[in-house]
Design a protein around this ligand. Structure first.
Ligand code: BDP
Length: 662
């Protein structure tokens, strides 16, 4: 059992969550490291609540057993749950399945002991990975965790791997309990210090891997494409150079000598200043295959990011649309990647905005393994100072059907590669800075296990296990309050920030707070083209950048015209006059005013609900959220005032309801 100080928040695994199981007679059968982890969990739970660990043939209430012969039904991580006569049996073929089955029983709590037909659970996606954008050495601009809003790194301190990895073990436990099974330990922007993790500093990575392994979490490493030059002393990193190929083979063998179950490499290449194959006139398939070949003898995988665009290119003409870049670069390479190469695609074409269409890259490479990347860390969604529960957004992405109603969902298309997300965790006592941001981490793991899970049900699961309402004085008020503040928080955030899919409008650099023109005249490829006549980016094929044509039918047609484009994405795809009438019946300008007033009202209402829950939870947790609400409401008003006054001045159209903008 991981031991962490009492000052660390238990998140969704408080002791109370172990009560139902821990007060019963539990038997664990089978061998394997992860089975021992389950045994340790059971001993801990029974120690807390007076249950017993049944070692002999005596009677039991819960049986957790590993049966290798049921491999076909369960695969490496699935399990069957049987509940009859108050007795619970979990059967798994492999140790990891038993661990997931154990946490499933914990999640069910008392409900586990009511009769129900047998159920078999298997993860829909084999790879469910978190990426940490952690720097070993504190970066002068980005700090230790790039886009981190929860303190320092869990893994790295004072320029090296932490000596005490108790929190890492506790983190692994939290992750396993929501279904995550892989993790990368360093930033995709690989600076020089971090480049050495691959070579002379691999023992530090191995120590972290040792702490993650007991909970079935495999360790991955972000590597620099230029590593042969930066740390290897070669004069080239050309993927077709024999010396370079040999160097990577050796580097991979060296990693596996220290970490036998190492997961593989993660690469950001030719993107925002990171080195890549373009420097040598090679393709990204050449680059990815170089690393795939080095990993193949050991069973490793390379995750190659599709986030490739020219960030030094101002808007020149319609072909320079940043939204097009990933598809332009990668669609022609379909079929040219190795079997152990996965193309990791951000869920939207730009960069984790509050509203984006689903990337047309997903579905465009049928002969390539594709993973979808989400951003759990709230870079553009309030930086863990605002409540923004993202599960509904991710569920929409995962249910989207790139080829229309008869084609597969994004969730199905990613079965070959997996679901990946940038973690929102740091060494903060609440793990995620904002305690309610824990829900995003939890929901990511659960959606990766089951992409068609209902986000609303996940919210219930998370609130039940995190806040254990049944053990409080007023369960109904607590449940209703938590739902009220979380369920629609994503659309609340959307309402008071950038409207109708137009994106950005954030302060440059740190990306917090409003700045309508913050990125308008910079070369990052993010524009809204607002002037006195209208707003939005024309991405149609007929008159715009042609981005809409990157979709298969029916989406290419749906997005092509403002008549069929969904309101919430209108300004992503079209430039329209302010008096353009939305499907909702209101004009674009009036929609901007209305939503900004509404968004602030919703944030204020949520703050009030939160204030009324103080007696139902630990004071420290309540206080931390209350403090963040003060900032959220302040910031939401600032957004409202800046956006509304900007567009009042730009358009000259007054608010139909005569509200004062300032
Ligand atoms: C952007 C972040 C930047 C990351 C980049 C990436 O602003 O810090 O390095 O994405 O995904 O969202 O590589």
């Amino acid at each position: 059992m991981p031991v962490v100080g009492s000052e660390v928040d238990p998140a969704w695994l408080p002791d109370e969550a172990l009560h139902a199981l821990g007060s019963r007679r539990v038997r664990v059968e089978g061998e394997g490291d992860l089975v021992d982890t389950v045994r340790g969990e059971v001993v801990h739970a029974c120690g807390l609540y007076g249950g017993s660990v049944v070692e002999d043939d005596g009677p039991y209430d819960v049986l957790l057993r590993r049966q290798p012969q049921s491999g076909e039904a369960h695969g490496p991580e699935g399990f069957t749950l049987e509940r009859a006569g108050g007795r619970v049996t979990v059967t798994a073929a492999a140790p990891a399945g038993l661990l997931h089955g154990y946490f499933h029983v914990v999640r069910l709590g008392r409900a586990a002991f009511t009769d129900a037909p047998p159920e078999t659970h298997r993860p829909a996606l084999a790879l469910r990975m978190l990426n940490h954008w952690d720097n070993v050495a504190v970066h002068p601009v980005m700090g230790q965790v790039e886009r981190g809003y929860a303190g320092g790194s869990l893994f790295w301190q004072d320029g090296r791997a932490r000596g005490d990895l108790a929190r890492v073990r506790a983190y692994a436990r939290l992750l396993a309990s929501c279904g995550v099974n892989a993790l990368s330990v360093n930033n995709v922007n690989v600076h020089e210090t971090e480049a050495h993790l691959l070579t002379d500093r691999v023992t530090e990575v191995a120590a972290i891997a040792d702490a993650l392994r007991p909970y079935g979490i495999r360790t991955h490493l972000a590597v620099s494409f230029a590593a042969p030059v930066v740390v290897g002393g070669l004069d080239t990193a050309d993927p077709l150079d024999d010396g370079v190929r040999a160097w990577w083979r050796e580097a991979a063998a060296h990693v596996y000598a220290h970490i036998p179950d190492f997961g593989g490499f993660l690469v950001k290449a030719d993107s925002e200043g990171q080195p890549g194959p373009f420097a040598y006139g090679r393709t990204h398939a050449d680059g990815a295959n170089l690393l795939a070949d080095a990993l193949a003898p050991h069973g490793g995988t390379v995750h190659w990011r599709a986030f490739v665009y020219d960030h030094r290119q101002d808007w020149r003409d319609r072909t320079t649309d940043r939204a097009r870049a990933a598809h332009d670069h990668f669609a022609p390479l379909d079929g040219r990647f190795r079997d152990n190469a996965v193309l990791q695609v951000k869920h939207g074409p730009i960069d984790f905005q509050v509203r984006e269409p689903v990337s047309p890259v997903i579905g465009a490479l049928p002969r390539t393994r594709v993973a979808v990347e989400l951003q759990v860390t709230q870079e553009y969604t309030g930086q863990q100072r605002h409540v923004c529960a993202l599960a509904p957004m991710w569920a929409d992405v995962l249910r989207f059907r790139p080829e229309g109603e008869h084609g597969p969902t994004v969730g199905e298309l990613t079965a070959s590669g997996g679901l990946v997300a940038v973690s929102n965790v740091g060494d903060d006592p609440f793990w995620t800075g904002h305690p309610l941001a824990q829900f995003n981490l939890y929901a990511f793991g659960r959606l990766a296990w089951q992409p068609d899970a209902d986000p609303d049900r996940l919210l219930t699961e998370w609130t039940e296990s995190t806040f254990t309402p049944w053990a409080t004085a007023d369960p109904d008020r607590l449940r209703a309050g938590l739902r009220a503040v979380l369920r629609d928080s994503w659309t609340t955030y959307e309402k008071y920030t950038a409207p109708l899919g137009v994106g950005f409008m954030v302060q440059p650099g740190h990306h917090y707070g409003p700045s309508v023109d913050g990125y308008e005249y910079s070369p990052w490829g993010t524009y809204h083209f607002a002037d006195r006549d209208g707003i939005g980016v024309d991405r149609s094929a007929a008159t715009g950048t042609g981005y809409a044509a990157q979709y298969a039918k029916p989406w290419s047609q749906t997005y092509e015209s403002p008549d069929t484009c969904p309101d919430e994405l209108l300004l992503f795809f079209h430039h329209v006059p302010y008096d353009h009438v939305l499907h909702s019946g209101t004009t674009v300008i009036q929609h901007i005013y209305d939503t900004h007033f509404e968004g602030v009202e919703e944030a204020e209402a949520a703050q009030e609900v939160w204030d009324g829950l103080a007696d139902l939870m630990p004071p420290a947790r309540h206080a931390r959220v209350a403090e963040r609400y003060a900032e959220q409401v302040r910031s939401a008003r600032e957004w409202r005032d800046q956006i509304n006054s900007y567009f009042l001045r730009a358009s000259g159209v007054p608010d139909a309801h005569g509200r004062r903008v300032f």
